[in-house]
Design a protein around this ligand. Structure first.
Ligand SMILES: *Cc1c(COP(=O)(O)O)cnc(C)c1O
Length: 417
């Protein structure tokens, strides 16, 4: 049996516990939604003040040079690179994950069209985050050259499609946003490449959550959010990585001036920049982008191996406590129990999932709900304590024992769920 004292003892010996102090979190809240919107680094308040007062307010347009606003996409990209197993000059921070998928998928299809013109299949997952599927659909409609989207449910489906030798590109979520299933990147890349297809990894639920080796595993393209585990702030621009072997082979179709080789020559014709900058489009949301550095600097002061270790210990603890304390309430675990296939959140299905999450939020335990019937609890080792997991499960037990969820006010759906 695990008890609260045991959890407090683990907190005492936890090497990462000191990082909690770098984050602004309200009193009385257990935040289990850092996989959807990361907590605010305390340093963001001061930096925001500097950006508004000094850089924008006083230095005005000079800040493009004096504060290096122009260099932000690559400067921040080089910092993120250290968390995803990439080298400097291979990553940019720009636009959204959704837009970045359009860019890299276009590049992948064009590269493939040169060498394998008959390959017209794009493979993606049935339970991918929908924006990925919508963008693939949209791109196929746009290029209208008999491309087809094939949806897979598991690895066997993937293998079958790959064996058909028709696959141009595969789009996969490194960690599934709903179940937390975590792909073995190196193994999947090897299989995809053995069949001459290219891979695009969506890192939204893995960057900042698990160690990533894009280069060592020979990935082709990657995209991902910075506002989730990386604590970049609501809607902060996303990452885009391209393996250097592909970078100059094609320019992406959103060929705006920020990706031009000589943007200030104001030339009439587009000439793509060499390297990763060609994946930029136009002017970036500088105020938002500027604050991403706060979260990244915290990550760079630690290491992904320690974060992973604590994350697994915490997801294990969550699962064990659910069995120990809540086994009477029909929660069905949908997250893999095997560490090798588990990301950094834990999800359960329950028929009253939505109302249960609302009742938990009323108690200060913030998790979230995803259709269908999924309760999702994000584990962010830099600002969660082991005792938070204990307390969260106790709150859940109370919600269930007293049927607190069974109240009309917890059925009301907000615009954003
Ligand atoms: C959160 C998330 C996105 C969101 O994309 P935006 O362009 O930032 O809205 C995309 N893909 C996955 C897998 C996600 O989890």
């Amino acid at each position: 049996m695990i008890n609260r004292e045991q959890c407090l003892a683990w907190d005492k010996e936890d090497q990462l516990s000191k990082f909690k102090d770098h984050f602004a979190l309200p009193e009385g809240v257990i935040y289990l939604d850092g996989n959807s919107l990361g907590a605010q680094p305390k340093s963001a308040t001061q930096l925001a003040q500097q950006v508004l007062t000094q850089e924008w307010g006083t230095d005005l347009i000079n800040s493009w040079n004096t504060a290096d606003w122009w260099g932000l996409p690559t400067r921040l990209g080089d910092k993120v690179a250290q968390l995803i197993g990439a080298d400097a000059g291979e990553t940019v921070i720009t636009d959204s994950t959704t837009l970045n998928l359009f860019k890299v998928l276009s590049a992948a299809l064009n590269i493939q069209a040169e060498q394998f013109p008959d390959r017209k299949v794009i493979v993606a997952e049935k339970d991918a985050f929908p924006t990925d599927l919508y963008i693939i659909e949209g791109l196929i409609n746009q290029i209208d050259k008999d491309y087809q989207l094939k949806l897979i449910e598991n690895n066997d489906d993937l293998s079958k499609h790959l064996e058909s030798q028709k696959v141009a590109a595969v789009v996969l979520s490194h960690v599934n946003y709903r179940t937390g299933y975590f792909y073995d990147m190196a193994e999947i890349n090897a299989e995809i490449h053995a069949n001459n297809a290219l891979v695009i990894w969506d890192l939204c639920h893995s960057v900042g959550a698990v160690p990533i080796e894009l280069k060592q595993s020979n990935s082709d393209f990657a995209i991902g959010c910075t506002y989730k585990y990386l604590n970049g702030g609501p809607g902060s621009p996303a990452l885009l990585w391209v393996n250097p072997k592909h970078q100059n082979r094609f320019w992406q179709p959103l060929s705006g001036w920020w990706g031009h080789q000589q943007p200030f020559e104001m030339a009439q014709q587009y000439q793509p920049s060499q390297g990763i900058r060609r994946f930029l489009c136009g002017t970036q949301p500088i105020v938002s982008m500027r604050l991403i550095e706060c979260g990244l600097d915290i990550f760079l002061a630690t290491d992904m191996q320690s974060i992973r270790e604590k994350s697994l210990k915490m997801t294990d603890l969550f699962m064990q406590l659910m069995q120990q304390e809540c086994s009477a309430f029909n929660f069905n675990l949908i997250t893999p129990e095997q560490h090798h296939y588990r990301g950094s959140h834990v999800s359960y299905r329950h028929e009253h999932g939505y109302a249960i999450i609302q009742a938990l939020i009323a108690r200060g335990v913030i998790g979230d709900y995803r259709e269908p019937e999924v309760l999702r609890f994000g584990i962010t080792p830099l600002y969660l304590k082991f005792v938070d997991i204990w307390d969260a499960v106790q709150h859940l037990k109370e919600v269930m024992m007293h049927s607190e969820w069974n109240n009309k006010k917890y059925q009301v759906r907000g615009t954003v769920t």
